[in-house]
Design a binder for this molecule. Structure first.
Ligand SMILES: [Mn+2]
Length: 357
């Protein structure tokens, strides 16, 4: 499996005229060879090497496939070591991850890479990662299933007087107890007037009757993330809040119905956005409709007005319209779906009809 990932990347390198690529981004290293320590990965035309130090050598040997392990010693710059290997591999032109390599590393690299041309590239591995294979889909499904289980648990915990921090803590405990590696990202909890903050961090605020409560969280299972948002209501629902909720839900349903392989990423965003605009809340939906999810909670493709390209079967994306009214409250509903040839498979099982607690 990793071998086909490496050979897909190699083909891209050959097409672009590179002899090798230096991978520094951890998720890309893990994706290509299973290495999850600290180090560097070089993919060449014939050899692939993980460079790491004593702390990770043993683990790297047992966990990786398709790569040699070279130990980095403290008395030599890693870039000097790479240069020695690259020269022996006959590398003349190497790609680096320009969106991830620091300027300091680049300066150091230049000192040792005499006669090797260094070219900045972006997202070569991330592009491969947008389409998931069966193993990846299975891990994402399990991550989302833990997320759904946690949501149903947390509904029994939410009541006036409980703080946002309490809820966040209970979510994290339950997610880990359920077999996840941990959270996919720090949980977003925004209640009452704070629910108009699209990415509100939990605070000591205690819930009150009449609050909207937005909970956005996910689990990580075997390195793969899930992502879900639900907005619930405390007490007797008022008409304006119910109307807001139903507009968001309708916008999401429209986008979900539209999704299938071949449609443009930008169009999916437009479907939801135009609906919300028509209902008078255009300026209150200030973020994009969705994003890819995998080893990172935010990855390609982007479902936004800036998104380019089309959806492909096996992509995993969120669909998460929202309306946020300053000082009043906000609603977001987010599901996670797998794109298929004729539609999508919704992995999110948690209920979406308005929940009043
Ligand atoms: Mn999301």
């Amino acid at each position: 499996m990793n071998q086909s990932r490496i050979s897909n990347l190699r083909q891209k390198l050959i097409d672009k005229g590179f002899d090798a690529i230096l991978i520094v981004k951890p998720e890309n290293q893990y994706y290509l060879c299973g290495f999850d320590g600290e180090g560097f990965l070089v993919i060449g035309k014939e050899r692939n090497i993980v460079f790491t130090d004593f702390r990770y050598v043993e683990e790297a040997k047992s966990k990786t496939t398709g790569v040699e392990i070279v130990e980095l010693k403290y008395n030599i710059s890693p870039y000097e070591k790479f240069a020695q290997e690259l020269i022996s591999m006959g590398v003349k032109k190497i790609a680096v991850e320009g969106h991830y390599l620091t300027l300091k590393s680049y300066e150091e690299m230049k000192n040792f890479f005499n006669g090797i041309e260094i070219v900045s590239t972006e997202n070569l591995v991330e592009e491969l990662r947008t389409v998931k294979d069966e193993t990846e889909l299975d891990f994402i499904k399990q991550a989302q299933s833990i997320t759904d289980k946690t949501f149903s648990h947390i509904l029994g915990y939410i009541r006036p007087g409980v703080s946002e921090n309490d809820i966040a803590l209970e979510i994290e405990y339950f997610v880990k107890k359920s077999g996840a590696d941990g959270l996919a990202f720090p949980t977003i909890i925004a209640s009452g007037p704070r629910s108009s903050l699209p990415h509100g961090k939990p605070t000591a605020r205690k819930l009150e009757a009449g609050d909207f409560l937005t909970i956005d969280f996910g689990a990580k299972f075997n390195h793969y993330c899930s992502d879900m948002t639900r907005t619930v209501f405390l007490g007797k629902l008022d008409k304006e809040k119910e109307r807001m909720y139903n507009i968001v839900l309708d916008a999401q349903k429209r986008a979900l119905e539209y999704i299938k392989a071949g449609v443009s990423c930008k169009e999916v965003d437009t479907i939801a956005r135009e609906f919300i605009e028509k209902k008078g809340f255009g300026k209150n939906f200030g973020h994009s409709l969705g994003h890819g999810v995998g080893l990172e909670v935010h990855e390609g493709p982007r479902l936004s007005q800036k998104g380019d390209g089309c959806l492909l079967p096996g992509m995993v994306v969120t669909v998460e319209p929202g309306i946020y009214v300053e000082g009043f409250g906000g609603v977001r509903i987010e599901d996670l779906v797998i794109v298929t040839d004729d539609g999508c498979i919704n992995l999110t099982q948690s209920p979406k009809d308005i929940i009043c607690l």
